[in-house]
Design a protein around this ligand. Structure first.
Ligand SMILES: Cc1ncc(COP(=O)(O)O)c(C=O)c1O
Length: 445
């Protein structure tokens, strides 16, 4: 075991061994930002400072932090049943959560397959899409279509259909047989839109181009985030998702909504499918499923997809896929208690009620130095900044550090600041987030 100063390997501050994800490791370790506890809307740092959570952790703590129902449920569960094998065995909490989750869904989105993260949900959904097409005699449909600037986690499936260059360029040839429709971000037409931009529904027709290029008989599925989150909050133009759905229907292509961020009330409705009134064939989710308390994800499938696998004799395994921790007891207990919390506190409705206030507060930043766009939907907001010449990301990251010093947690991607507070946020806390941003942006270089 490393002791302080014992070898070159052991860092003086013992932060060395943890290779942190999506982090500038060397910079962080020189000046660490450590959270040691959290409650409701606030984190506490190692120095004892309170930091207001403007990002629900990483878009996941939708119910806020350390909520009593969830904490108690996990504590109770770990004493009662810590683990049960996930294959050929079951435990009641996973079935309860699947029933509760699918009951939240519109239409015949009736079946939930559990995973442990958004990345696993995406790879699971892509695999189900391929296996489904094969099961219904459409085995030539092997192509998977994503969208430029899409983020679907970090598995090979997810980065292959994803459209964020840095997440793809270092990792070889990725999955064969993927392609991408164009993203919908267009500042010339849509800057400062409130809610859904009016321009851009026709961008969905890009899918028709790919159908013309590859032929529909080679395409299994299209996956998109209804609102692209991690790439910097790209709100779908009015009519865009509806059009995408129609094109998929016309050509027998499955439509997957990646709702890892938009699920569980983020838009002021249970899911984006409810908010936009567009039904996908599968939904991937994670994050808000347990409010971030225990890692868990799920793929929710329409009945026809599940049924297509149920033709073989009853003693055969229908889908050769799953994880040791699919439906883990602690995660399932956290999930049920989280859904209870959302319901009892009316948090999805609360998000809808707060969203006009949120929109006003965000758009009040118009005219601040370097701001080139503001966009919002539900309790999501983004501030796009003009990058510093030859120093992309520096301006937004500087704002992130200054906000942190001021006691407010924001998130940046490129030169875009993304905001997504827990749904328990109070109006005064929304004011605090935007007052801090206003101050920080006015001081920006
Ligand atoms: C839309 C979307 N899909 C997938 C993922 C990956 O989730 P995870 O980090 O839990 O693997 C994310 C994470 O931010 C996401 O936003």
């Amino acid at each position: 075991m490393a002791t302080i100063g014992a070898s070159a390997h052991s860092a003086t501050n013992n932060l060395e061994s943890f290779w942190m994800p999506f982090t500038a490791n060397r910079q962080f370790k020189q000046q660490p930002r450590m959270f040691v506890s959290a409650k409701d809307m606030h984190y506490t740092t190692a120095e004892g400072k309170q930091v207001l959570d403007g990002t629900a952790g990483l878009w996941c703590c939708n119910a806020g932090h350390a909520r009593p129902r969830v904490v108690e449920a996990v504590q109770r569960q770990v004493e009662e049943l810590d683990y049960a094998p996930a294959f050929q065995m079951g435990h009641p909490k996973a079935f309860e959560l699947a029933s509760r989750l699918t009951a939240l869904m519109p239409g015949d989105l009736d079946y939930a397959f559990f995973t442990n993260s958004g990345s696993e949900s995406v790879d699971t959904a892509l695999k189900i899409a391929l296996a489904y097409q094969r099961a219904i005699g459409q085995g030539t449909r092997t192509r998977l279509i994503g969208r430029e600037r899409g983020y679907h986690g970090v598995g090979f499936g997810g980065i292959s259909v994803g459209g964020i260059v840095k997440n793809r360029m270092h990792f070889g040839t990725l999955l064969a047989g993927t392609d991408h429709i164009s993203h919908t971000h267009d500042l010339e037409h849509n800057a400062y839109s409130r809610g859904q931009p009016a321009w851009g529904a026709h961008l969905a027709d890009d899918l028709e181009k790919l159908v013309a290029l590859h032929d529909a008989s080679t395409i299994a599925a299209v996956i998109v985030e209804p609102v692209a989150g991690s790439t910097g909050v790209l709100i779908p133009p009015q009519g865009y998702l509806e059009r995408l759905r129609k094109i998929c229907d016309r050509h027998g292509i499955l439509l997957i909504f990646d709702e890892v961020i938009t699920g569980f009330g983020r838009l002021g409705a249970p899911f984006a499918t409810d908010y936009f009134g567009v039904m996908p064939d599968m939904i991937t989710c994670a994050k808000g499923l347990t409010s971030g308390v225990v890692p868990m994800g799920a793929v929710i499938c329409r009945k026809g997809i599940y049924d297509a696998f149920m033709d073989a004799p009853e003693n055969t395994i229908e889908l050769f896929h799953g994880y040791t921790y699919s439906g883990h007891p602690l995660a399932a207990a956290a999930g049920v208690a989280t859904l209870d919390t959302y319901q009892e506190e009316g948090l999805f409705e609360r998000a809808a009620e707060l969203s006009p206030y949120w929109e006003e507060a965000l758009h009040a930043l118009k005219g601040h130095p370097h701001v080139i766009d503001l966009r919002n939907l539900g309790l999501i907001g983004a501030i796009e900044l003009e990058p510093i010449a030859n120093k992309p990301t520096a301006r937004a990251f500087d704002a992130f550090l200054r906000c942190y010093e001021e006691g407010v947690l924001i998130r940046t991607t490129g030169d875009i600041i993304a905001l997504s507070p827990p749904l328990i946020v109070e109006k005064a806390q929304i004011d605090r987030i935007f007052d801090t941003l206003s101050k920080v942006l006015k001081q920006a270089h």
